[in-house]
Design a binder for this molecule. Structure first.
Ligand code: ATP
Length: 519
């Protein structure tokens, strides 16, 4: 649903959730900055994950590893040689595309020349090459070309050199080739493109010095494997146990897209859960279940999640079981998290690569062996995006006079909402109301994000909070300050975002009432 997605993207910018990185200078592709509300939302997600994964479990320890990663680590892990996607260049536009997203098709390369009215669009030579899908005759080339290039790439200019190139490759391009009828791109044979960002370290860094080369980590997992032994020895833990980490990862994605879904810089929340080999499959199922509950707790209902049991042949070769947890985004069903049983592959390659023993010694059975590992690996930015997509709602309200009005509301789970409570004096000019609001704000602030607002009619202030997903709003009015008699003195109205219902609560009970609902 592209319309829904557009509305979400525009709300996120308008209300300060997400901006494109470097926007002032035209934008940095595949990178995003979280504004004030986005930063709160993301922090709530990471904090809740940490609390549930590390703090509330005896068997999982946390760590926070370096982003810059040694070449040797990534050589052993297989990333240096194998962390790549197939990439093709489009001969016409020079765009680089992920080849596996464009199915090869049968076709014939043909020249077409002399189209005057196309010439204005193409400007060169009055000629271009097109690939005619198999089964269509060459006569349809003109039509095809006009459709493809004319409507999809009207500004495209093909130089005579490019045309030569295509002419050169005509033989090669005839038969099964990569031709994308959606945008008319004509693609070279795919080649491997390594997704890691490489950098050099040190003042006298020399690209050729292997010790000067470092990489931005493509996943957080590797530092967990590398430090596994240190953590085991310094914490005297027993199998099964896990190590968890939240942090940035970097992948030079060929085509970043779908808003923040596929970015070049992103955050992951990863657990490596070490166990005895015979427990691996069972624990994979248990982690899957536990992760599904987590999504429910942050407001993503189970019906919107799909579990893909990745079939043989599509899993990494060392994985005995992999589940992808997918969410119904407006742009399609896409992966949020992978839960993979990785056997002893990772510890095995680092043991071989480093030449240092990484075995576990079981005191009871006196066995020595490499633990196996189950890895629930979630994307933080993808989950934030899923929460926003899930929360976004437009509700049509009808007032007493029958007038319709659309209310935009983000129905975040209260524990995830960036602002937990709005606080308003009914009348901005009433000093007593303002004083009380500020006092309540001070009491609540150590525990939650509070937003004070005294601008405009209260109804409008409610709507502004609805739009950013604030679950509760407190209004201090004339009853609160006893101007309408003693009956409601010391109480405030609490207005609920979802039902829009209001109730009165004593000021004294506010903190515990709210804490019960936002933890
Ligand atoms: P995809 O197939 O979508 O590229 P992946 O299977 O390569 O993802 P993993 O290597 O399993 O992803 O990484 C674990 C998680 O990290 C993913 O489930 C996803 O949530 C997140 N992630 C991976 N790549 C990106 C990215 N480019 N942008 C945002 N999040 C990402």
């Amino acid at each position: 649903d592209p319309v829904r997605m557009e509305k979400i993207v525009s709300l996120c910018k308008r209300r300060g959730f997400i901006f494109q990185a470097g926007e002032l200078y035209g934008g940095l592709n595949g990178c995003w900055d979280y504004g004030p509300l986005g930063a709160e939302l993301k922090r709530n997600l990471k904090d809740y994950w940490w609390r549930k994964t590390v703090q509330e479990r005896d068997d999982v320890l946390g760590m926070d590893g370096a982003i810059l990663t040694m070449k040797q680590v990534l050589k052993s892990s297989g990333h240096l040689d194998g962390f790549s996607d197939p990439m093709s260049d489009c001969l016409l536009s020079k765009a680089r595309l992920r080849a596996d997203q464009i199915p090869p098709q049968d076709g014939t390369a043909v020249w077409y020349s002399g189209a005057r009215h196309e010439a204005s669009a193409w400007s060169t030579d009055k000629a271009f090459a097109v690939l005619v899908p198999a089964g269509k005759d060459a006569d349809s080339a003109k039509k095809t070309a006009r459709q493809f290039y004319g409507s999809f790439m009207p500004d495209k200019k093909v130089s005579p050199k490019e045309l030569e190139l295509i002419e050169d490759k005509r033989e090669e391009l005839t038969g099964t080739t990569r031709f994308n009828p959606e945008n008319g791109s004509l693609l070279t044979e795919p080649r491997d493109f390594n997704l890691m960002f490489k950098t050099t370290m040190g003042a006298s860094a020399d690209e050729n010095d292997p010790n000067a080369v470092a990489f931005l980590r493509p996943e957080t997992a590797q530092s967990i494997f590398v430090q596994y032994k240190n953590i085991l020895d310094s914490n005297r833990v027993k199998l099964p146990f896990g190590i968890a980490q939240v942090g940035k990862s970097f992948r030079n994605e060929i085509n970043p897209r779908n808003y923040t879904f596929r970015s070049r810089e992103f955050e992951q929340m990863e657990i490596e859960y070490f166990c005895r080999p015979e427990d691996g499959l069972r624990l994979t199922d248990e982690w899957l279940e536990s992760r599904l509950c987590f999504y429910e707790e942050i407001g993503i209902p189970r019906e919107k999640l799909h579990i893909l049991d990745v079939p043989d042949g599509e899993r990494a070769f060392y994985s005995m079981k992999t589940y992808d947890i997918e969410y119904e985004f407006p742009f399609g069903i896409q992966e949020l998290e992978g839960v993979a049983y990785r056997t002893d592959y990772d510890l095995g390659v680092h043991q071989t690569g480093s030449g240092r023993p990484l075995e576990y010694f079981d005191e009871e059975t006196k066995e020595r062996f490499l633990p196996h590992v189950v890895e629930p690996s979630a994307g933080c930015d993808r989950t934030v995006l899923a929460m926003i997509c899930e929360a976004f709602d437009e509700e049509t309200l009808t007032d007493e006079k029958g007038k319709e009005d659309v209310r935009t509301v983000l129905r975040f789970a209260p524990r995830m909402a960036p602002i937990k409570v709005g606080i308003f004096p009914l009348l901005k000019k009433n000093e007593e109301q303002v004083r009380l609001c500020r006092e309540i704000q001070k009491t609540l602030q150590p525990w939650m994000t509070v937003f004070y607002d005294d601008g405009g009619a209260v109804g409008r202030r409610y709507r502004r909070q609805d739009e950013v997903g604030t679950p509760f709003c407190i209004t201090v009015d004339f009853d609160t300050i006893g101007e309408n008699g003693p009956e409601h003195q010391g109480t405030v109205t609490i207005r609920h975002r979802d039902s829009m219902e209001q109730e009165r609560l004593p000021i004294d009970g506010l903190l515990s009432w709210l804490l019960d609902r936002i933890r």
